[in-house]
Ligand binder design. Sequence first.
Ligand SMILES: [Zn+2]
Length: 241
Amino acid sequence: MKTDPDQAAGGAPGGDDEGVPVSVKIRERLKAARHRFHSNDNIAEFIEPGELDKLLDEVTVKMQGVLESMVIDTESDHNTGDTARRVAKMYLKEVFAGRYIKGPSVTEFPNAEHLNELMIVGPITVRSACSHHFCPVIGKLWIGVMPNEHTNVIGLSKYARLAEWIMGRPQIQEEAVIQLADLIQEKTQPDGLAIVMEASHYCMAWRGVKDMDSKMINSVMRGVFLKDANLRREFLALVPR
Ligand SMILES: [Zn+2]
């Protein structure tokens, strides 16, 4: 079925797009706007009110199909009767909500005190999943901010909210920290920004090499953290690991 993207985007008042899966409508809008929709991209602005619940119904049906193809008798097995719905809800509204909802509102204040000392926030708990296997990625991150007089100040808890929104998507750790750095950079405009993330990847513990103890640590350094080796050392020394 061919869908005119303009019509799909406008929601066709005549209802002649009835029967088109809601995921197709959202996808058409994304393509018309040339907006990337990789697993770790947020697509909230392309979802109209009420559509997330329709998406939940659609994913439930598809998940039920997965269970059927796995030859699980969801009709007589009391444990899996509602699993398709639970998994769909977990993906769309819980663990991957960072794809489907708009970012947290963050109030920025001018730096009235002219703070210009290194500030470190953390550890912030990270809960994510890898986009390769949809296995949990659980860990911690630390954020270092080097403000200047023009830097906006945001509340400490807001760093955790921004991190939760970025991590609540199927992610790749290297890309996740860059997305988070870009977002904090945009909101606060500091002289320097540093992020260190340390996480256990359950695709290494539960499957694959079954190594329970391996952790991945990575970092991004921006601005003065790149130029000033002493500042970088100070930050890394203060991050307790
Ligand atoms: Zn993986």
